[in-house]
Design a protein around this ligand. Structure first.
Ligand SMILES: NC(=O)c1ccc[n+]([C@@H]2O[C@H](COP(=O)([O-])OP(=O)(O)OC[C@H]3O[C@@H](n4cnc5c(N)ncnc54)[C@H](OP(=O)(O)O)[C@@H]3O)[C@@H](O)[C@H]2O)c1
Length: 285
């Protein structure tokens, strides 16, 4: 089975390529230069050359703050791109996995968001990702839409790596304690995607590591696991104004993914420990 992975140089793209390669699939992991998801001819050529059975779209415009000012680019990549991929999948009878985000919700809910809850994007990044979801749903292709949140993993730009860098360079750091969500370890998500696709039970899902936390407690766990002594001071989101709003509480209710997978994803604490071990492990070349 041939698997095409877009955005393969990114955090999730790298892990998805690793997971599918380990499972023995024919993996075509393409970076932005090799396949630009906002250009239909680029997608068509990839389909003609590779003839994939499965397309995993890990490509996205992921800079949440920049999306507020670079609106057109964000909507072209996150909104139009998935629609174009879905059209090609429909035409060539391949299955599409589209990754989406907790930012499609406004973060005001007191209870975890269900897959059936009405979206209300908290910022323009969320609005652009919601447009991408809609394009996939309307396309008529076979799809999985998988919303995730607080993605982290070894390498690349993500919260865990940013916290580790800050903690190594400073004796004390401040982290917001009024944002709640679910961390998601990219290798766990990659495994979840591959397991879900194997079931053939298409549709929309939420996948995160199990358990919710605050950014503050998440940072503390990352720092403790790395054996660093950096002090972590709690602060409020209002003390760090950013161009894009962040959801105050974007905990995603996992139902029904555990039922479909037949297992519960690892807890976020276990996931942080796994990352700690991976970062300490010697690099094998
Ligand atoms: N990171 C999170 O916390 C988070 C949370 C929830 C959901 N998600 C979603 O999870 C998915 C994976 O995110 P990630 O953290 O792995 O993102 P990432 O590390 O930023 O990777 C995204 C990749 O897409 C590439 N890309 C950008 N525009 C493209 C285009 N037009 N065509 C092809 N490739 C393009 C980027 O290349 P350049 O770097 O060269 O632009 C980058 O390599 C995305 O759908 C994202 O929206 C992420």
């Amino acid at each position: 089975m041939r698997v095409l992975i877009t955005g393969a140089a990114g955090l999730l793209g790298r892990q998805a390529a690793k997971e599918y390669t380990a499972r023995g699939f024919d993996v075509y992991a393409l970076n932005k230069k090799e396949l630009d998801i906002s250009i239909y001819t680029s997608i068509k050529m990839a389909h003609i050359n590779i003839r994939p059975h499965l397309v995993i779209n890990c490509a996205a415009f992921t800079n949440v703050d920049r999306a507020e000012t670079e609106k057109e680019e964000a909507f072209t990549i996150n909104g139009l791109g998935p629609r174009l991929l879905a059209a090609a999948c429909r035409r060539h009878n391949s299955t599409l996995v589209q990754i989406s985000t907790d930012h499609v919700f406004n973060g005001q809910s007191k209870s975890p968001y269900l897959i059936s809850d009405p979206p209300d994007p908290v910022n323009l990044y969320g609005a652009s990702k919601l447009m991408g979801e809609q394009g996939v749903r309307e396309s008529g292709c076979r799809y999985y839409i998988i919303r995730t949140s607080w993605l982290f993993g070894p390498g690349g730009k993500n919260f865990a790596c940013a916290i580790l860098k800050l903690a190594r360079e400073n004796s004390a750091i401040k982290v917001v304690n009024d944002q709640q969500g679910c961390p998601t370890y990219a290798p766990d998500l990659a495994r979840g995607i591959a397991d879900l696709v194997q079931t053939g039970i298409h549709g929309a899902y939420h996948y995160t590591n199990t358990g919710a936390t605050s950014k503050y407690d998440f940072a503390r766990k990352i720092i403790d696991t790395a054996g660093l002594k950096t002090e972590v001071e709690p602060c409020r989101t209002s003390q760090f104004p950013r161009p894009a709003r962040r959801p105050a509480c974007s905990v995603l209710n996992p139902f029904p993914i555990q039922h479909v997978l037949g297992y519960t994803p690892p807890t976020w604490e276990d996931a942080v420990e796994k990352m700690g071990k991976e970062l300490k492990a010697p690099v094998v070349t």
